[in-house]
Design a protein around this ligand. Structure first.
Ligand code: AMP
Length: 173
C-alpha cells in the first residue's frame, strides 16, 4: 500500500523478482484493458467501482492459479479489503503481510510530475491523494484488527534503501 508516487510498483516489482513471486498491479491491468468513459475516470484520478475491480482480480487469480503474489494497488477501499479478508477466512488464500510505503505529499507530488503518466497532472494527483486518505488509509486499521502484520516503511528514502528495508522488515520477519 502507499499513496500515488510512493513507489509501490517499483518496489513491488523488485520484491517480486527477489522472492520469486508474481507481481500484480490493478492499475496496470486497468490501463491495459479500459477504454472510453472508465478510462477517463481513471485518468482523472478517481477510484473505480469495487465490483469491477474485484471482478478483474478474481479473473486474474482464476487464470494464474495458485502461486505467490505481490498485490500492488489492491485492495484500495474497505469493501475490497473485506472481500480479500473473506477469501482469507474461507481458507482460499493466505496473507503474509502488508507493506505500507509512507511518504509526504510534497515529495511524491514532485516524483509524479516528473514521471508524466496521463494521470500525473496537478488535478488528478490531488484527487488521487484525497481518494487515498478517504478510502485507502482506513484499510490499515481493518487489517490490524484482523491481526495482519503491517510493515511501515519510510518511502522517502532511495529505491535501494527502501527495498532493503522491505526485505528486512517484511520478508525476514
Ligand atoms: P495505480 O497504477 O496503482 O497508480 O492505479 C492507477 C489508477 O487505476 C487509480 O488512480 C485508479 O483510478 C485505478 N485503480 C487501480 N487500482 C484500483 C483499485 N484497487 N480500486 C479502484 N481503482 C483502482
Amino acid at each position: 500500500m502507499g499513496v500515488a508516487g510512493a513507489g509501490k510498483s517499483v518496489q513491488g516489482k523488485m520484491l517480486a523478482k527477489k522472492i520469486g513471486s508474481k507481481w500484480i498491479s490493478t492499475g496496470e491491468l486497468l490501463r491495459r484493458e479500459l477504454s472510453g468513459k472508465r478510462r477517463e475516470e481513471m485518468i482523472a484520478g478517481r477510484l473505480l467501482a469495487d465490483d469491477e475491480i474485484i471482478e478483474v482480480i478474481e479473473k486474474f487469480f482464476r487464470i494464474q492459479g495458485d502461486q505467490n503474489y505481490i498485490l500492488d494497488g489492491f485492495p484500495r477501499t474497505i469493501p475490497q479489503a473485506n472481500w480479500l479478508l473473506e477469501q482469507l477466512k474461507a481458507g482460499r488464500i493466505k496473507i503474509d503481510g502488508v507493506v505500507h510505503l509512507k511518504a509526504p505529499k510534497e515529495v511524491v507530488k514532485e516524483r509524479l510530475l516528473q514521471r508524466g503518466r496521463p494521470d500525473d497532472n496537478e488535478a488528478a494527483i490531488e484527487l488521487r491523494f484525497s481518494e487515498y486518505e478517504k478510502h485507502t488509509l482506513p484499510i490499515l486499521d481493518c487489517f490490524k484488527k484482523n491481526s495482519l502484520a503491517v510493515y511501515e516503511i519510510d518511502a522517502q528514502q532511495g529505491v535501494d534503501t527502501v527495498h532493503s528495508e522491505i526485505l528486512q522488515k517484511a520478508v525476514r520477519a
